[in-house]
Design a protein around this ligand. Structure first.
Ligand code: ATP
Ligand code: MG
Length: 367
């Protein structure tokens, strides 16, 4: 074996090792999650104009979670829900819900998926319920299509309407109910066939804040009592009070998450802490909040340095010194010198109940 061969062989060896590692990492992403969106892309073509509604979106939702999705108008929330509900097929990426691979389903499988695995609630109440049927008949309708017997249909309808707190509306038609009551009946209809996941796109969009509260509480009850995984898109600023996790989407990508955790104080009392975290996607991208960018006038090229416990970031014009004394990382072009005259980045917003939630949907939408 000559020297050239040896080099080629070792190069191809390391190449295949790299490929194997990359494959392993891809397989591992979201392996145990119920919902997996991996680098999801959805491009719409309309009249020669290309709109990138989802631009490499990553999202994992665990079985039994209640997750809210917030974001400015046009950020891609409804596109994501259309994909997850099997109505739309993404342009690229991977998307799985339970055992269903939504990229490669046949049309028959798509119908089965929509009938058995997922339920939907839309913003427009009229789209969710049949106007000339009572609440009980509305819930029983999908059960009848599934061949469930009359007695069982009525039992299931009564049970679901009770769970949603609208048992008293059983015999009323939608026109005889308030918007909030109709949406809670709509949730019961969506749950009739016992789906594992419930998707709701702006279910409170047409409601006032008091009524919205009832609908969001209804979703929380469903999640807690029936164990249904719930993903709800909303502009409702109060949503983070009702969910464990709020995911913000910006420009077709997940940008930050507000996570709520319950802590027990030394005296045994419990309090809820909400913390906003930026999301580092699988390609290593992170979106800096607008106020950070504006505070330091961060545009275009920036300097990065690897510190002992964190990564620092400066505007290109500054000449920073790493704080830990550790050599800067490979992205850093930081000659030692004056410490940059830049303010410390604002701390991640943290709120303790009963104070206002860490990041309202409006604040998220602004990012
Ligand atoms: N069928 C379509 N054809 C062309 N462009 C579309 C289509 N549907 C959505 N878009 C575009 O894709 C982007 C994302 O739209 P989407 O409806 O997902 O946003 P959204 O976050 O749900 O907004 P909103 O809060 O207003 O409901 C927008 O720029 C929108 O104009
Ligand atoms: Mg929308």
């Amino acid at each position: 074996m000559n020297a050239v061969q040896t080099v080629e062989e070792s190069a191809s060896e390391s190449w295949s090792a790299l490929e194997a590692r990359a494959r392993q990492r891809t397989d591992a992403f979201g392996e145990h999650a119920l919902i997996v969106c991996d680098s999801l892309v959805r491009i719409y073509q309309s009249e020669g104009v290309e709109v990138q509604a989802l631009q490499g979106l990553d999202l994992l939702v665990e079985d039994g979670e209640l997750v809210a999705i917030v974001g400015a108008s046009g950020s891609g929330k409804s596109t994501l829900l259309s994909v997850l509900s099997g109505l739309d097929v993404p342009t690229a990426g991977k998307v799985r819900v339970g055992p269903w691979d939504l990229m490669s389903m046949s049309s028959t499988q798509r119908v089965a998926y929509r009938r058995s695995m997922v339920g939907f609630v839309w913003q427009q109440t009229a789209r969710n319920v049949v106007p000339y049927l009572s609440a009980t008949e509305n819930v029983a309708f999908p059960l009848a299509l599934a061949g469930v017997r009359r007695k069982e249909r009525d039992r299931r309808a009564a049970e679901l309407l009770e769970v949603l707190g609208v048992g008293y509306c059983a015999d009323r038609r939608p026109g005889q109910m308030s918007g909030g009551e109709q949406q809670r009946v709509a949730i019961a209809v969506a749950l009739a066939n016992s789906p594992q996941v419930l998707f709701a796109d702006e279910p409170t969009g047409e409601l006032d804040s008091a009524t919205s509260h009832d609908v969001l509480e209804g979703l929380r009850t469903v999640n807690r009592e029936l164990g249904t995984t719930v993903v709800v898109v909303t502009h409702d600023p109060g949503v983070s009070e009702h969910v464990q996790r709020t995911v913000a989407i910006r420009d077709g990508r997940t940008s930050s998450e507000v996570v709520r955790r319950t802590h027990t104080r030394d005296d045994g009392t419990e309090h809820v802490v909400a913390e906003e975290l930026a999301v580092l996607d699988r390609a290593g991208r992170v979106q800096l909040p607008r106020e950070y960018r504006e505070a330091l006038n961060l545009v275009g090229r920036v300097r990065l340095a690897l510190e002992e416990s964190h990564v620092s970031l400066w505007p290109e014009r500054s000449t920073p010194t790493p704080t830990s004394g550790r050599p800067p990382g490979r992205h850093s072009a930081t000659p030692t010198g004056a410490v940059p005259a830049v303010p410390a980045p604002p701390a991640a917003p943290i709120a303790t109940e009963p104070a206002a939630p860490a990041a309202s949907a409006d604040q998220e939408a602004d990012r």
